[in-house]
Design a protein around this ligand. Structure first.
Ligand SMILES: CC(C)(COP(=O)(O)OP(=O)(O)OC[C@H]1O[C@@H](n2cnc3c(N)ncnc32)[C@H](O)[C@@H]1OP(=O)(O)O)[C@@H](O)C(=O)NCCC(=O)NCCS
Length: 194
């Protein structure tokens, strides 16, 4: 009942307030349409924590207050996967290069995606960056770190705590460990998801 009241009586007005604080293009997709209201809950939280208290204020989309997202313009993702930015402790740093997150990919808490290392002889500066490309329907477990230049094929599962130092283009596998290696291969199914 409360959901119905929110959806029909409050949401039409609340949307206009949301569009003042966030870019409208991000407030669409599966988290904002149909039966799901969770996107609007992120917005409500975000207006308070992000836009008023100031945690990640500059971001044009709702994001967890403990996340650190640098150079967000260099991150490419589908709005249906805005849930990845609600994961606590994520650290996405796209210095000089970009991060591509494939549709349907899930990213767990405290995951680091880093496109450039510091220069060893001048830590105030960065080495030349390299893009990170994550395929479709991947799952990056919590505390995993993906280093500059890594490309992961579709349906790559990265185990908790893994440090991925090189590319695994084939996808359909489970990676784990430091440095990450293939700990399992997954069957390639001929479904619409693949
Ligand atoms: C990677 C993962 C999905 C694998 O699950 P699984 O397929 O059931 O794996 P298994 O338990 O059968 O383990 C297979 C082997 O991989 C090892 N392994 C499992 N997870 C590992 C990890 N994160 N890092 C390193 N090795 C791992 C196991 O020790 C086992 O090794 P063994 O064959 O020598 O005994 C799971 O272990 C994991 O890390 N999940 C992440 C959960 C998470 O982060 N959730 C956050 C919310 S999004």
């Amino acid at each position: 009942m409360r959901k119905k009241i929110f959806r029909f009586a409050i949401l039409p007005w609340f949307k206009w307030i949301a569009y003042i604080f966030y870019n409208k293009k991000y407030l669409t997709g599966r988290h904002f349409e149909g039966k799901s209201l969770e996107g609007w809950v992120w917005v409500l939280n975000g207006i308070w924590k992000q836009k008023i208290l100031g945690f990640n204020r500059y971001l044009p989309f709702p994001c967890h207050p403990t996340a650190r997202i640098y150079h967000y313009n260099n991150i490419f993702f589908d709005v249906d996967n805005l849930d990845n930015f609600q994961s606590p402790g994520i650290y996405f740093d796209c210095v000089r290069k970009s991060i591509h997150i494939g549709k349907g990919t899930y990213i767990g808490p405290n995951v680091g995606l880093l496109t450039a290392n510091h220069q060893f002889d001048n830590l105030d500066d960065y080495q030349e960056g390299k893009d990170i490309v994550i395929g479709k329907n991947c799952w990056i477990g919590m505390n995993a770190v993906i280093l500059p230049g890594v490309t992961l094929g579709d349906k790559t599962i990265v185990g908790a705590g893994a440090v991925v130092t090189k590319s695994f283009l084939q996808g359909h596998c489970v990676l784990g460990g430091v440095p990450a290696t293939v700990i399992k291969t997954l069957p390639v199914k001929n479904t619409a998801l693949e």
